[in-house]
Design a binder for this molecule. Structure first.
Ligand SMILES: NC(=O)c1ccc[n+]([C@@H]2O[C@H](COP(=O)([O-])OP(=O)(O)OC[C@H]3O[C@@H](n4cnc5c(N)ncnc54)[C@H](OP(=O)(O)O)[C@@H]3O)[C@@H](O)[C@H]2O)c1
Length: 334
């Protein structure tokens, strides 16, 4: 296929609200020796895109300044050092940026084939949450069969991936969410119980649901206001994993002896600043452990709504309104 020199992409004219996003024309990126060039069919929208648009989550220095951390499409060119892919291959990729565009480069080691029976929209909804959930819950959090997990933000893109994967690998999952409808969805996708945090204290409910034992692992996106209550929900040797601080990051009053009593581990991580080698290792683990599960249809992305690329600003408004259940995806037709 002949590669054009120009492409349409979504430009963020300055840090700000969704209104700063608009369709623009720019140069098609050239893959580095370790990268592939992808003709993008669909791109996932993730909460980190919102934070980047606002200007408080700048892209790493070597990444595209264009928004977008995950795409699905067709490989159309290979960097000089890439093997294992050929033009025409359908891939989904964890991009380091640049996804809201007709063409996007990604390290070949962050590209995975579409699971069986997938089309572009579903494939584009996979990488960011599957890479993030795998690393945090299963690698850093060491969640294992028979253990229990509490997922905050249970119907976020991250949350529904966490619920499904944890259930698939033999854990009992509890979730929190902000409405009755969201709680029903969390249960539908595998949570044993869901707690509407607007109506109930989640720590008290976890206490009841686990017969005062607590849970083994907590995946948190709320941050400071939940920190002490999260610790109270951990059973002995429990692990608290922080992947976002949506409601604050500074904890004023924290008793270290709570940690010692529970032999608790507190950790957290960000996917984007991980090295290429680290991301490649996660991709390999996903291919081996998770892609067979997706091929078999035992876990799948939950897609709430699809917008055309040109309506990226509306997609951001929709995500910020916070009523969605699962993923929001942009469709890109080059
Ligand atoms: N560390 C990492 O590597 C990494 C990677 C990807 C994403 N993340 C983080 O993980 C979180 C989930 O990401 P996502 O892309 O799955 O996001 P998402 O689908 O937009 O979900 C965010 C959830 O947060 C809850 N929420 C709490 N306060 C909110 C507010 N003020 N406005 C809107 N929603 C609010 C909402 O659920 P309720 O209605 O139930 O409250 C919503 O479902 C985000 O904080 C994101 O930054 C971290």
């Amino acid at each position: 296929m002949k590669i054009p020199r120009q492409m349409r992409y979504i430009e963020a004219s300055e840090p700000g609200g969704p209104g700063v996003l608009s369709l623009a024309t720019g140069t098609v990126p050239v893959p580095k020796p370790t990268e592939v060039l992808i003709r993008v069919f669909a791109a996932g929208v993730n909460r980190p895109d919102i934070i980047q648009r606002k200007g408080t989550y700048p892209p790493p220095p070597d990444a595209s300044p264009i928004l977008g951390l995950e795409v699905a499409g067709e490989v159309i060119a290979l960097g000089a050092g890439v093997s294992g892919f050929a033009p025409g291959d359908r891939v989904c990729a964890l991009a380091n940026g640049g996804g809201y565009a007709e063409y996007c480069v990604a390290p070949a080691t962050q590209c995975l084939r579409w699971p069986q029976g997938y089309e572009a929209t579903r494939a584009a909804a996979l990488p960011e949450t599957y890479f993030t959930v795998w690393v945090n819950i299963f690698q850093m959090g060491r969640l294992s069969e028979g253990e229990s997990l509490l997922v905050h933000g249970g119907t976020s893109g991250i949350g529904l991936t966490a619920i499904q994967l944890a259930r698939e690998f033999g854990s009992t999952v509890f979730a929190t969410a902000g409405s009755r409808e969201k709680c029903a969805a969390a249960i539908k996708y595998g949570a044993q119980a869901a707690i509407n945090y607007r109506e109930e204290d989640f720590a008290e409910r976890i206490h009841d649901l686990t017969l005062s034992q607590g849970v083994d692992v907590i995946l948190d996106i709320v941050g400071a206001p939940y920190f002490v209550r999260n610790l109270h929900c951990l059973r002995k040797d429990g692990r608290l994993i922080e992947v976002a601080t949506m409601h604050g990051s500074k904890v004023a009053d924290f008793d270290i002896s709570e940690l010692m009593r529970r032999r608790a581990t507190i950790t957290g991580s960000m996917m984007r600043p991980r090295t290429a080698q680290e991301k490649a290792a996660v991709a390999l683990a996903l291919v081996q452990r998770v892609w067979p599960v997706l091929d078999a249809g035992r876990c799948a992305p939950v897609i709430d709504r699809v917008f055309p690329l040109a309506q990226a600003a509306d997609a951001h408004r929709y995500m910020e309104a916070g009523a969605h259940i699962g993923k929001i995806v942009l469709t890109v037709v080059a």
